[in-house]
Write a protein that binds this ligand. Structure first.
Ligand SMILES: Nc1ncnc2c1ncn2[C@@H]1O[C@H](COP(=O)(O)OP(=O)(O)O)[C@@H](O)[C@H]1O
Ligand SMILES: Nc1ccn([C@@H]2O[C@H](COP(=O)(O)O)[C@@H](O)[C@H]2O)c(=O)n1
Length: 241
């Protein structure tokens, strides 16, 4: 990471001195694809009664690393549409933007995080329609869609590679690794990607064999050793015998 400026935008949570700003407790949740990271985060939010709350009132917020995928050039975009782009390699991630965002969060700032769209392999865009004059044509304008992360007591960040970079890893106050067997993960991934991410079966299986599985073994699994807590079977694990 070169520490170069990125386009993360944030503002102070309080206009007065920030001496009394709360430093949130940052929890990283790693694990292979479809291991149940988001489900575990959702379960934590539910247990803490945070799921029904308004964004500005929440004391626990959850961010996904998928918001920090790099934007693709047209050549890589074409590869991605054919399942020939490696989204599981660290090079696919904008770790600089992620680091800047986490640092801002840890300073109690309100942050804007991009929203990712798996069907287009890019950040979600919102279209604005601008009416020029009374009978002039309508103009469309595109703009990145962001979600606002309000300052909170606890921030969860989930993703396959959240423990990969030391600079990012060292920011977590607690590190969880969701450990789910690979057959179960593949089965869930197929169902999810076809139902929710606009993929066909052949695409999902080719991508899995070509990139997802080898990258899990090379980049994600080796980060399990950094976890403070390993959660076998994800949200199925109630902690009871
Ligand atoms: N314990 C579970 N039992 C059954 N299905 C699950 C379980 N945990 C997650 N899933 C399903 O598996 C898919 C992937 O889960 P998700 O939590 O999104 O994984 P990840 O965030 O690790 O990719 C989702 O469709 C989810 O509903
Ligand atoms: N355009 C994209 C971006 C990511 N992926 C896959 O998503 C997986 C990470 O998300 P999980 O919820 O499964 O942790 C990762 O394995 C990428 O292969 C994608 O297919 N397309």
């Amino acid at each position: 990471m070169d520490g170069s400026p990125t386009h993360v935008s944030y503002e102070r949570s309080k206009s007065a001195s920030n001496i009394f700003e709360k430093k949130p407790f940052l929890i990283g949740v790693a694990g292979g694809t479809a291991s149940g990271k988001s489900t575990v985060c959702r379960r934590i939010m539910e247990k803490l009664g945070q799921d029904e709350m308004d964004d500005t009132q929440r004391q626990v917020v959850c961010i996904t690393q998928d918001s920090f995928y790099k934007e693709l050039n047209s050549e890589d975009g074409l590869k991605a549409r054919k399942g020939k782009y490696n989204f599981d390699h660290p090079d696919a991630m904008d770790f600089d933007l992620l680091l800047d965002t986490l640092q801002a969060i840890l300073h109690g700032k309100k942050c804007q995080v991009p929203v990712y769209d798996y069907s287009t392999n890019s950040r979600l865009l919102v279209y604005f329609r601008i009416l020029k004059g009374s009978c002039a044509p309508l103009y469309s304008r595109k703009k990145d869609e962001f979600i606002t992360i309000h300052p909170a007591d606890v921030v969860l960040l989930e993703g396959i590679l959240v423990f990969y970079c030391k600079e990012i890893r060292d920011l977590f106050h607690m590190k969880l690794f969701v450990d789910t067997d690979s057959d179960t993960r593949l089965m869930r991934r197929v169902l999810r990607d076809v139902k929710e991410r606009g993929r066909d079966l052949e695409h999902v299986l080719n991508q899995y064999l070509l990139f997802v599985k080898p990258s899990f073994e090379n980049f994600c699994l080796p980060t399990k050793k950094f976890a403070d807590v390993i959660i076998p079977r994800g949200a199925d694990n109630s902690g009871k015998l």
